[in-house]
Design a protein around this ligand. Sequence first.
Ligand code: PRP
Ligand code: URA
Length: 209
Amino acid sequence: MGHVYVFDHPLIQHKLTYIRDKRTGTKEFRELVEEVSTLMAYEITRDMPLEEVTVETPVAPAKCKVLSGKKLGLVPILRAGLGMVDGILRLIPTAKVGHLGLYRDPETLEPVQYYSKMPSDIGERDLIVIDPMLATGGSAAAALRILKEMGARNMKLMCLIAAPEGIERVQSEHDDVDIYVAAVDEKLNEKSYIVPGLGDAGDRLFGTK
Ligand code: PRP
Ligand code: URA
């Protein structure tokens, strides 16, 4: 079974509070999502492999560590996942970015795919699949399935807010994928929105309604 990691760093929790607040406007919402994504990227990369190198300081040779060059990929689930990309790229600028277009049909709640463009070497990359909201889990579970069909082998799922239902669905369909979130909320409402959540992440990021 995949693990669920909740990033309870005070800065993440503080910023998430203002992301949730309905009085927060589009500009600030977008900036905060980006900032929290950077902080989450710092946490999610804790297990990145290192290798030893020697550099000459002005004083003496020093045995140091650098990232071992494992290839990374980010896969935002469009559209709301886009809001997290730049914040993560700030810390890992060499990551390639694949895009997967899914929207949740408002009637059936089933994810509908409308776009995909992935790095050609997707199977050799450690992928971070990103989406602010894990509600029923339908979109994330479909994204992980689609990416596996394309050859992805090593994936993490990173979301701002998850509902217990979404976590359960991803864990039951993808027991090899760990989930990283800033908060696990109470439940879904009758429209399958996360309660209390933050509302519609895509609309709040892009100013649509
Ligand atoms: C939202 C969100 C997730 C999905 C979560 O996207 O960004 O992708 O819903 O719901 P689920 O877990 O029940 O599938 P939405 O379909 O609203 O599309 P958008 O990002 O284009 O706004
Ligand atoms: N999608 C969102 O943007 N918000 C929710 O609460 C659920 C799905």
